[in-house]
Structure formats: structure tokens, C-alpha cells
Design a protein around this ligand. Sequence first.
Ligand SMILES: [Zn+2]
Length: 307
Amino acid sequence: MNSRRTTAAALLLAAIMLISTACGDAGSKTQADTAAGTSAPPASSNTGSTGTTADASKSKPSDTPSASTTGQNQASGTSGVKQTAQTDTKSGAKQNASSSGKTGDVQVVANPADIAVLVNKTNKLPDSYKPQDLVDPNVPFTFKEKLEKRKMRKEAAAALEKLFEGAKKDNLPLAGVSAYRSHETQKTVYNRYVQKDGEAAANKYSAKPGHSEHETGLAIDVAGSSGKCAAEDCFGATKEAKWLAEHAADYGFIIRYPEGKESITGYQYEPWHLRYVGVDTAKAIVKQGVTLEEYVKNAVPVTKPKS
Ligand SMILES: [Zn+2]
């Protein structure tokens, strides 16, 4: 226990400089942008999502006031988030293994279909894994097309529908931005960015194949129904983000990459990235003020990848 804590502390500085965005939402951002450009996002109430999320926050990632809503996560706060994007290196993924107490070992999860499966920079899905119960949740998205990224696993989709209903009742209608992403899609997206920017740079904003939670069918990026600030830092300042921080667990979702936990999750704060884990687990995670990494640290993977 102590060594784990010591390791974590020792790696904090290094890790804080090596954090990247998770969603790898390189992929989803590009697609979302494209979709938003071609098909206008649903034009519902601006009242819910304007105001604090002006365009200004796009050029300059806003300091999100949501620390108060997420409670326990004020520690490294916004400065940590900002520094990180600049200085990633290839070793980043390795050093961020602090939560597992290992440095550099990538493990293949043995239970990829488990609702609480841990997928991160050191725990990857089997290459052959594809969720068997993907469905289209009946919720609005920021695009009209029938795309793979609408899909979620059945249980998560049903929960998402309820969450969207709840938000709508509170006059904060939401829209999905990007949910499921196949291993092949993630590979394509990732490789494209490696070719374009080099591996070190790509690792800043795109998850390696097998390492994206979006491949589980249990994660989704959401935005207000206007689509503003979709998968962007400025979403953190929206009423929708505050609502999600307060209510997502009631529906079985967690804000997977909370502010101030970057050194543990390996990813910067992503107020838009929801991960379904089930109501009991979600509530326990919120109550304990921990990340999924910390919550499932006793779950032992498994087998190592070949070579
Ligand atoms: Zn995401």
C-alpha cells in the first residue's frame, strides 16, 4: 500500500506532464466537426447551453468552475490540465501506470464484457473484442446519420435514454456526440494521426487501438443539444456539465476523467465523457470520490499481450 502511494507520488510530476486527452477524441472530434458542418445540430433551446460557453472559451480553454460540482477534485485543477497537453512523450503511457503500481506493463483485460471493465493506457481490450449487444440508443445526436458511433451496449443505452430524459426534464436537453468506436475505427483514426503528427503527438489526443473506452460500447461523449463545445474544454463551464456531474451517477454513469485526477486516469479532465458502470458502482465511486482506476484496483488482470 505504501509503496503504491509512494510510487504514485513520485510519478505525479512526471505524469502531470504526460497526460493526454482521452476520448482519443481526435476521432470523434473530427467526425463530430464534419457532421456538425454538414448537418445542422438539432436546434433546440439555446437557453440551456449558451451564456457561459461563449466562443471565447474555444480559443482559450476555459477554467471550468465545476470543481465545486465535482467536489473532491480541486487539487491540481486547471493548471494541471493546461500544462499537460504540451509535453507528452512516448513514455507517457508507461509512466501513467501509477495507479496499477506497475510501470510500462500493458495488460489485456480478461473481462472485456464486464460492465465495470477497466480500460486505460495500461489495460487494453483484446484485439478481437467486439461487444455483442450493441444497439442504437433512442436519443438525439449532434448528427443525423446512422453511424457506428451512435451505438452503445444494450444496458448502457437504456440507461442513457433515462439520463437524457432526466436532463430534459430539468430543461437541459442533451445530445450524443460519439459513443461506440470499433477496434478497426480506432486503429484507423490512431494511425492517421500518427502519420500526420508522429506517434508522440498522436498519443496526446488519440488513444491507441484497444485502449479507448469507446471500444467497450459503454462510453459516450455528450453535449448540450445545441452541440456547442462538443468534446471541448468549454463544455465544462456549461449547465449541462454541472447537471451531469450531479446526476449522472443516478443513471449509472460516471464522469470518467474528473478534474484533478489526471495523474491517475492518465487523461485530462473530460467533463463530456460519460462511462456506464451501473448505478451501484457509479454511486459508490462518487461517494468515495475516486476514479474507476482506484475503485477496481483490486481487480487483477490477466494475460499479457504476445511479445
Ligand atoms: Zn470520450
